[in-house]
Design a protein around this ligand. Structure first.
Ligand code: FES
Ligand code: FES
Length: 183
């Protein structure tokens, strides 16, 4: 008969958006589910739960990874970052969020966290990517609304121009699209 170590620690410990967490749940649980249900991260979206849409992308040790096909146990002692945190704390990611707003690159918003997480991973490695590199980096994230052009433009703008993307300092004028205040 196999012996069960009743003293063995349960759950999984890791760094979530800069703070140490211990989720007292099965290591086999999907990371996406564990983050949403036990980690308090409401910005991780789930589209297909099958590794097809990449809406659930998070950064694990800086690498963009699909969290619905990652088991919670795989992030033991790792660093996990989600979109809401780095928009709050990373100035470059905030510029990217403003660029999304300016280009109206978020419509229904389901793909937006996955797009932004993938874009942040790219911009951290390559602050001024070429369009083909943006396309490659975002290639796995599916969007049913925008036709991708606005999203690619937003990432290119955030990376290339170095301009301040805040809506209140964006150039205006007749014919200029207004940034949506609910963006
Ligand atoms: S929800 Fe994870 S890939 Fe679609
Ligand atoms: S904005 Fe709706 S799926 Fe991309």
């Amino acid at each position: 008969m196999a012996l069960v170590d009743v003293e063995a620690p349960v759950g999984v410990s890791f760094l979530l958006n800069g703070r140490p967490v211990h989720l007292d749940t099965s290591p086999a649980e999907r990371l996406s589910h564990a983050l949403c249900e036990h980690g308090g991260t409401k910005d991780v979206k789930v589209g297909c739960d099958a590794g097809d849409c990449d809406a659930c992308t998070v950064l694990i040790d800086g690498v963009a990874v699909c969290s619905c096909t990652t088991a919670l146990g795989q992030v033991e002692d790792a660093t996990v970052e989600t979109q809401a945190d780095f928009v709050a704390n990373d100035p470059q990611a905030r510029q990217l969020a403003y660029a999304f707003q300016r280009h109206q690159a978020a419509q229904c918003g389901i793909c937006t966290p996955g797009m932004m997480v993938s874009a942040v991973a790219l911009l951290r490695e390559n602050p001024a990517p070429e369009e083909v590199e943006v396309r490659d980096a975002l290639g796995g994230v599916l969007c049913r609304c925008t036709g991708y052009r606005k999203i690619i433009d937003a990432v290119m703008d955030a990376g290339h121009t170095g301009a301040d993307m805040r809506p209140d300092v964006a150039p205006g004028g007749v014919g200029t699209a207004k940034a949506r205040i609910d963006g």
